[in-house]
Design a binder for this molecule. Structure first.
Ligand code: PLP
Length: 238
């Protein structure tokens, strides 16, 4: 279950190969990657299934809910069945197994459809924001950007970079009214999972966690505001 972190591509071709060699189903967590493509193919369509999230912070939102992507009819039918209470009869309330009420309700789906009509312009704006940050912040302090393979076209959902001064920069930006966020705490550092087995030779996730900071990237961000973010970051490293 690979995750397309920040909408960026993973080495999915390698995973498809491993998946077919060993018969391991590939489920892509493409929740952050709506609008991300590799060689013209959308994230979440390489394996058996993919998932998208329309949670409040995503590139488009229905407030909550998401979508399962699959070309496998059997899985599509099965997902539909158990996410809609496993009811088998159109009239009688008969359920043939334990089901769930996980449907995206009509009203929320309509909000999502309306946003899809503007999706191209949202995506375009995200890419412009990403390009301006990359050109203005290149070489500033010890900033390192997320790298993307040349055959991938990421959605640039949330601009995040690495710096050893992450915590100080985070405090600096937030105290100057520029909302910035640390990265997600690795699950093995959370109290309920801390005693579970965690296999790692290098503990990359912990290293990334300690160095990553996300900065304003909303498609509503004006160029003027983006320049304020950029100059505050430059001030910090002076
Ligand atoms: C990588 C990733 N996986 C899963 C989720 C969960 O999606 P949801 O909030 O729609 O359950 C999110 C975001 O919310 C996410 O970013």
């Amino acid at each position: 279950m690979p995750v397309y972190v920040l909408g960026g591509f993973i080495d999915v071709d390698k995973l498809v190969e491993i998946s077919s060699t060993y018969g391991i189903p590939l489920i892509e967590d493409s929740t952050e990657a709506l609008g991300s493509f590799k060689n013209g193919k959308h994230a979440g369509t390489f394996g058996l299934t993919g998932v998208l999230s329309f949670n409040g912070n995503k590139i488009i939102s229905t407030g909550g809910g998401g979508m399962i992507l699959t070309n496998d009819k059997e899985i599509a039918n099965r997902a539909k069945h158990i996410t809609t209470t496993a009811k088998t009869d159109p009239l009688d309330y008969f359920h043939d197994e334990v089901g769930y009420n996980y449907r995206l309700v009509n009203v929320l789906a309509a909000i999502g459809v309306a946003q899809m009509e503007n999706f191209e312009s949202i995506l375009k704006r995200k890419k412009e924001i990403d390009a301006l940050y990359r050109s203005e912040l290149y070489g500033v302090g010890d900033i390192k950007f997320q790298e993307n393979d040349t055959d991938s076209d990421p959605n640039c959902w949330l601009f995040t970079f690495r710096t050893k001064k992450m915590r100080d920069l985070l405090n600096h930006l937030n105290s100057n009214k520029i909302q910035s966020r640390p990265f997600w705490t690795p699950m093995n550092n959370l109290p309920m999972y801390k005693d579970l087995r965690y296999i790692s030779q290098n503990d990359i996730s912990n290293k990334i966690f300690k160095e990553c900071i996300s900065i304003p990237s909303s498609s509503n961000l004006t160029i003027e505001d983006q320049h304020k973010v950029i100059s505050e970051i430059k001030n910090f490293y002076k």
